[in-house]
Design a protein. Structure first.
Length: 232
């Protein structure tokens, strides 16, 4: 677990860089955590005690560079600090270790199964999730749970996270026009939750269906010699 002296002045987010300036290796490392964040923004629209960072530096020790996961979730922190939002996540100042960290593996490994995993373990991140879409012999999605300071792999391609109140899993779908396998949040019954795009499409379909039924009713009234405009 992380040990630090709360009386020692740690640099603020404004005094620290917001990332390690290492570019993502592919677009999925941005889109996959971005989708999870967008879903949370709808699911928890009335909650202000959470923060989901995408490709943001987590500063945990003053003399060390930040660790930059593809995505991470913290609970029990302010969702927004001010109109400039967060520049980075300074752990000694936030005083809340992320509960969930996501790494999306590209063609080149970046320590997802070694150094990064060890660091998250040391920091006390409860859930460490690794998604490797090109993996064939092993499961593409691995969810690790911290038990006595060590990560234990959880079974299944969909895993319930009780401390978060959501499940995480993979499923084929369409996001931003791209049909492929994505990571989604799930409810306690194992049902995949809808993305913002799917919710908009659902509302549009319901509206179109209501308009269609209204047109059919109006036509039947006219056939009976009743002007539907005079019913109002």
């Amino acid at each position: 677990m992380l040990n630090y002296n709360p009386l020692h002045r740690f640099p603020s987010a404004e005094e620290l860089p917001d990332s390690d300036d290492t570019p993502v290796d592919n677009e999925l490392q941005d889109l996959i955590p971005g989708l999870l964040k967008a879903m949370l923004a709808l699911l928890w629209v009335e909650r202000w005690d959470w923060f989901f960072g995408v490709d943001m530096g987590i500063f945990y020790e003053e003399d060390k560079p930040p660790i930059v996961p593809d995505g991470f979730l913290s609970l029990g922190v302010q969702r927004f600090i001010d109109e400039n939002l967060r520049l980075s996540y300074v752990l000694p100042l936030e005083e809340v270790v992320p509960i969930f960290v996501l790494e999306v593996v590209s063609k080149q490994y970046r320590g997802e199964y070694s150094t990064k995993k060890d660091t998250y373990e040391e920091l006390g991140v409860l859930y460490y999730v690794v998604y490797n879409p090109t993996r064939c012999q092993k499961a593409p999605l691995e969810v690790y749970f911290l038990v006595n300071g060590k990560y234990v792999l959880q079974p299944g391609s969909q895993v319930w996270l009780p401390e978060i109140g959501l499940g995480i899993g993979r499923c084929r779908g369409v996001y931003q026009g791209v049909p492929r396998e994505w990571l989604y949040w799930y409810d306690e019954f194992g049902q995949r939750l809808l993305t913002p795009e799917e919710l908009i499409q659902q509302e549009q379909q319901l509206r179109q269906e209501a308009e269609r039924k209204a047109q059919i009713l109006a036509q039947r009234l006219r056939e009976l010699g009743i002007d539907p405009e005079n019913l109002l």
